[in-house]
Write a protein that binds this ligand. Structure first.
Ligand code: CAA
Length: 389
């Protein structure tokens, strides 16, 4: 049994971690550079991950998932991201941003139809909150949903939607009552093969290049009332609740990227020689490794701790906003610190596409930006602590 400080992994945790590690190292790591280069969506491996239960780890089996706990999700996502952060992004959106919201706020029909399709790996999901003029200020949206009898008519534009170029189903947040601001937002699940839905051009990105990202546009799109999540006006709280879960996923992804960069650095420091010594014998390198390792282990504890807090919330329904934001903030800044140091340790080779180190560095950056920037995480943490606004 493996233990990390106060965390003991059960045989089931060990099993899913090993299954994810084996799959990631055998099937994903060898293709990661090529998909990064072309920016192609890795449909085949994503499909296989769905078949293995990785797209709905916490989703109960009756809704197509693996029926496991949050720590199992975190461990698996960490292993997948260690091989390739793009696969990690796609997995995280399906599990957290799509399935978590549907399970918590969706009707029985919504869970059976849409959560099942995503969790069982038959379809790809997405989450559309951001708009061209509202990123961090998520409540300030311009898109509109107007009720007309048994459906709503959606108009507007959503940007930076992960998996939008390929998604079959998307959780969309739109304003139903602009005067009420955050309390006037409503959430829907929409199908992308219906009239009035269009995908914009794919974003050319610095990192996680194999995960497809684009704008989406609604022009008089009709969504049935039964596809609403919660009540009218519940949308902002649903978006924030789902992001609490999502941020634990991004922390796990960041942890995986950092570990990959660290492992490569240790191996290189033990092998590469300069001035008649292994470079790991020089303090300039060894102190870097010590700082990298320490931050990774601290990030791990915060991330696993957030996973346990989320698991507890399934019973006591308490928010785990603080734990999730602290994990996301620290793990993403750790990923940036560690990958930056890894490039430096590898020097010229670290800057070359011959090795995956430069990809880890590019991939790490997004973890400080999406699902709430580091500045937003600090704001959330400080507000939770002081109660001030
Ligand atoms: N859980 C439940 N409710 C919450 C909540 C949470 N975590 N956070 C806030 N709320 C509730 C508040 O209690 C408040 O409720 P009342 O109206 O009853 O008082 C309501 O929501 C409004 O809260 P705030 O006044 O705090 O709202 P705000 O406008 O000040 O915004 C914010 C708060 C934290 C800055 C929020 O806007 C935020 O998180 N911004 C970042 C958005 C973000 O992460 N975007 C990324 C999008 S997803 C993505 O990256 C793309 C992808 O595909 C991966």
């Amino acid at each position: 049994m493996t233990s990390y400080g106060m965390f003991q992994l059960s045989p089931e945790h060990e099993m899913i971690r090993q299954a994810a590690r084996d799959f990631a190292q055998k099937e994903i790591a060898p293709i990661a550079a090529q998909f990064d280069e072309t920016g192609e969506f890795p449909s085949k491996t994503i499909k296989k991950m769905g078949e293995m239960g990785f797209m709905g780890i916490e989703v109960p089996e009756e809704y197509g998932g693996a029926g496991m706990d949050t720590l199992a999700y975190v461990l698996a996502l960490e292993e997948i991201s260690k091989a390739d952060a793009s696969h990690g992004t796609i997995m995280s959106v399906n599990n957290s941003l799509f399935c978590h919201g549907l399970l918590k706020f969706g009707s029985e029909d919504i869970k059976k139809k849409y959560a099942y399709a995503i969790a069982s790996g038959q379809a790809i999901g997405a989450y559309a909150l951001t708009e061209p003029m509202s990123g961090s200020d998520a409540g300030n949206m311009r898109s509109r949903a107007v009720r007309q009898g048994d459906h709503y008519v959606l108009n507007g534009r959503k940007s930076w939607v992960t998996s939008a170029p390929v998604a079959e189903y998307i959780v969309v947040f739109s304003m139903t009552d602009p005067e009420k601001k955050q309390r006037g937002i409503t959430a829907f699940v929409i199908e992308t093969d219906k009239p009035g839905f269009q995908r914009g051009k794919k974003e050319p990105k610095l990192g996680i290049r194999a995960s497809a990202t684009s704008e989406i546009v609604f022009e008089d799109y009709h969504v049935p009332v039964e596809n609403r999540l919660g009540e009218e006006g519940d949308g902002f709280k649903i978006a924030m609740t789902v992001l609490d879960a999502g941020r634990i996923g991004i922390a796990s992804q960041a942890l995986g990227i950092a570990e990959a960069a660290y492992d490569a650095s240790v191996a290189y420091a033990k092998e590469r020689e300069a001035f008649g010594h292994k470079i790991g014998e020089f303090q300039g390198i060894s102190f870097k490794l010590a700082d990298m390792k320490t931050r990774i282990e601290a990030a791990r504890l915060l991330t696993y701790n957030a996973a346990l807090a989320k698991e507890r919330s399934k019973k006591n329904d308490e928010r785990y906003t603080l734990e999730a934001s602290m994990a996301k903030l620290f793990a993403s800044e750790t990923a940036m610190f560690v990958t930056h140091a890894a490039v430096q340790i590898h020097a010229g080779l670290g800057y070359s596409k011959e090795l995956p180190v430069e990809r880890y560095f590019r991939d790490a950056k997004i973890t400080e930006i999406y699902e709430g920037t580091s500045e937003i995480q600090r704001m959330v943490i400080a507000r939770m602590e002081t109660g001030l606004r």
